[in-house]
Design a protein around this ligand. Sequence first.
Ligand code: CO
Length: 192
Amino acid sequence: MAVLEIRTYPDPVLKERGREVTEFGEELHRLLDDMADTMAKAEGLGLAANQVGETLRLFLMDVPDGEGQRTGIVEVINPRILARRGEIKYEEGCLSFPELYEPVIRANEVELAYQDRHGQEQRIKAKGLAAICIQHEFDHLEGITFLDRLSPLKRKVALRDYMRNNRDDIEEKQFRTKARAKRAEPQVVSPG
Ligand code: CO
């Protein structure tokens, strides 16, 4: 179990679409456990794989029920949203956009089919905050963030504020992303 680094905007991994999960073994279980630790430490309600740098179609959700009690973490792998009903507006936040909150309109009810950590098919119906969380996390798997759900003007203003508030952090992270890219470059073997 380990706490992973949460990737924050403008990390390019947030725009990547996740790949289907095909292996339900130890490696997947370790990632899910690490993501659970990461989400708990950050006090998040949801966490998608690309937010920790893994472009896979999976997310965790930990949404309080009506009584304010936690329902426990649900591990959602290869999800499909089968139905959306109604409409709800809610002030959303995202662990990848620290301290940014914007109202987003989504469906108030969703039906979700997914696989659990053992590859078993599951289905849930969710309402309210749980439905919002599912749609927000599902978007992450498509490379879409909650800011993409705002009008162009609102998005522009929100991003400007975000960039201003996080300038130091962003500069440091961009430096680290470059270093990471450099490490990943193939070794150049000099000819001769
Ligand atoms: Co998010």
